[in-house]
Design a protein. Structure first.
Length: 202
């Protein structure tokens, strides 16, 4: 691809590093920003810089947060006896959009994937066990809401093995989610029903 400017080429190269964006899409975005007012571009870059500098992760659930403890963990309206274990923040957002779940979350930060060099020690599993070992936590049920893939199932089995000594019910979301699919791509109705119709893990 030939570029009329080295500045355009460098911008396109950087934008195309984002997931799901190829060189052509990156070029369209860059040319759009060039046509916009400078204030628009500066507002975007400032928002991204502020995000990168100030974003935090909740010390309890590891979800993305603006504060030390996120708004979900501090809410008195949430059912603190339910703990939903998910892979990433995008899964928290997907489940929240169903309006079918009112408990707390625990974000693992990924799933076990030996092919990608991700083992249990790279995930937030130890902190999950710590949360369950705290009698003051009051957690009565752990919902394993991981994508129904081989890696997701492996992670669920590993977590179940780690927490089976604790007096909590362990359930999994209903298999209304397609085998091999990703949670973030499920429609809200299907995902909501999967949460509501969860089954015991065995």
């Amino acid at each position: 691809m030939d570029f009329p400017s080295k500045l355009i080429e460098e911008a396109v190269n950087q934008v195309s590093k984002l997931p799901g964006i190829g060189k052509k899409t990156a070029l369209r975005l860059v040319l759009h920003l060039v046509k916009e007012k400078k204030e628009t571009t500066f507002a975007l870059t400032e928002a991204l810089s502020t995000l990168r500098e100030n974003i935090r992760f909740c010390k309890k659930c590891h979800n993305i947060s603006d504060a030390e403890v996120c708004s979900i963990c501090t809410s008195h309206r949430r059912d603190s006896t339910l703990l939903c274990v998910v892979e990433d923040t995008k899964d928290v957002m997907a489940i929240e959009n169903t309006a079918q779940y009112n408990g707390l979350y625990h974000v693992l930060g990924g799933i076990i994937s030996p092919m990608n060099g991700i083992g249990p020690s790279e995930l937030k599993i130890d902190s999950l066990v710590t949360r369950l070992s705290d009698p003051a936590g009051g957690i009565k049920e752990v919902i394993l809401a991981l994508s129904p893939t081989m890696e997701g199932d492996t992670t669920s089995f590993y977590i179940h093995k780690r927490i089976k000594e604790y007096p909590v019910k362990v359930s999994v979301i209903s298999r209304g989610i397609a085998i091999g699919g990703d949670l973030e791509y499920a429609d809200e109705i299907t995902l909501g029903r999967s949460i509501s119709a969860r089954t015991l893990f065995n």
